[in-house]
Design a protein around this ligand. Structure first.
Ligand SMILES: [Zn+2]
Ligand SMILES: [Zn+2]
Length: 74
């Protein structure tokens, strides 16, 4: 099962242009990634096909398995 679900209707999100999109609510959904240690929003770094996350507050890379993901409809 996918982790990418709409915060409003819980349907699976589709990828459109450069963001997530809910076909049912017909709105764009923004993905936010938070640091597991300080809860600040993190930056996604794309390197050679694999994504990693960098926390500007802790000033270090965080493991993908520990991050907190939240979806927000915009
Ligand atoms: Zn929806
Ligand atoms: Zn942090």
């Amino acid at each position: 099962m996918s982790d990418n679900v709409c915060p409003d209707c819980q349907s699976e999100l589709s990828w459109k242009d450069d963001g997530y999109y809910c076909d049912f609510c017909q709105h764009t959904v923004k993905k936010h990634v938070f640091c597991p240690d300080c809860e600040h929003e993190m930056e996604k770094l794309q390197a050679c096909g694999s994504a990693s996350y960098f926390c500007n507050f802790c000033n270090e890379l965080k493991s993908k398995s520990r991050i907190t993901i939240r979806f927000e409809s915009v």
